[in-house]
Ligand binder design. Structure first.
Ligand SMILES: Cc1cc2nc3c(=O)[nH]c(=O)nc-3n(C[C@H](O)[C@H](O)[C@H](O)COP(=O)(O)O)c2cc1C
Length: 286
């Protein structure tokens, strides 16, 4: 995509005028981005201050978009009845996915079971926290025998209930949508829209850390079209918008108790694994 350079006012977006010389890098901003993470655990029950909600929307719209189309739309959800219903849909979806083995089938390749595996691959997620009875079977968890065992132990219900509680205990949900006049899957505009929404959400994801907050995808309903439609109806999504993602947000507690089945994913690939120089064939050295 090419377009002519546009004159730009430095006052359009808050903070845009605050240009920092290159020799004075904003270390806190960079540290904040490097510390960005997903919150798997509960949030404090108190509401998210309205000015923080609006700040998150401001950083979202500071993201780049094709031709400044700003194709993203957001819904801020605080009504406890709506949150409770989303939580039920999310928990049920989780139970359904685990019970049917769909989740493990779809995502088996991302799971690691030892620190050594993580060290070697440097990607994926490490299941490093399991309830006692399941621990001896960590590696079998994705096999048919493992699935049977999990069903016998009531793991799908337990995970669904854990998930329901996490969502129900979140003071704020955020739905991210795209304008369908821009989001046309299969066309470049569709890709650009998803790219822009990703950038907007990443800005939110980075900013929540600075506000003492956390954020996590509420993704299980997306995996089951019937459940995703229930969410669309609940949020009254009109025909000209596409519901793309739902997140839960809140302030982080002092000390988080880990969920009964939990994972960590702080590893990142080495430079040589994902960067090359000049052509694709020359891995970058540290
Ligand atoms: C497109 C996308 C989908 C994701 N889906 C989920 C999800 O369903 N549940 C979840 O807890 N995290 C989800 N995540 C977060 C990733 O698991 C997480 O970013 C990754 O494991 C790295 O961990 P970190 O964010 O703590 O650095 C998703 C992230 C992206 C970008």
């Amino acid at each position: 995509m090419t377009h002519p350079p546009a004159p730009r006012s430095s006052t359009d977006l808050p903070g845009a005028a605050d240009r920092r010389p290159a020799e004075l890098p904003d270390v806190r901003l960079i540290e904040g981005m490097l510390a960005r993470r997903t919150t798997n655990g509960p949030f404090r029950p108190g509401p998210v201050r309205r000015e923080h909600q609006h700040l998150l929307m401001r950083v979202a719209q500071a993201a780049p978009s094709h031709f400044n189309s700003q194709p993203w739309r957001f819904v801020l959800i605080e009504d406890p009845r709506t949150i409770e219903t989303v939580a039920e849909i999310s928990g049920q979806s989780m139970t359904e996915l685990i019970e049917a083995g769909v989740f493990f089938e779809r995502y088996r390749r991302y799971f690691r079971f030892t620190e050594a595996e993580m060290e070697q691959r440097r990607d994926g997620i490490h299941i490093d926290h399991l309830p006692g009875p399941l621990r001896p079977f960590t590696r079998q968890i994705f096999s048919d025998a493992g699935l049977r065992l999990m069903r016998q132990l009531g793991v799908p219900k337990k995970l669904g209930e854990d998930n329901r509680k996490l969502v129900a205990g979140s003071p704020l949900l955020l739905a991210a949508l795209l304008d369908k006049s821009e989001y046309r899957p299969g066309e470049l505009s569709g890709f650009y829209s998803v790219f822009g929404l990703g950038a907007a959400v990443e800005n939110i994801w980075n900013a929540v850390g600075a506000l003492g907050m956390g954020i996590q995808f509420v993704s299980t309903p997306m995996e089951i079209p019937r459940q995703w439609r229930r969410l669309q109806e609940l949020l009254h999504v009109p025909d000209d918008l596409e519901l793309m993602a739902v997140y839960r947000l809140g302030y982080l507690p002092e000390e988080g108790k880990r969920p009964s089945i939990d994972w960590s994913s702080r590893h990142r690939k080495s430079l040589a694994q994902f960067v090359s120089r000049e052509t694709c064939g020359v891995p970058e050295q540290e």
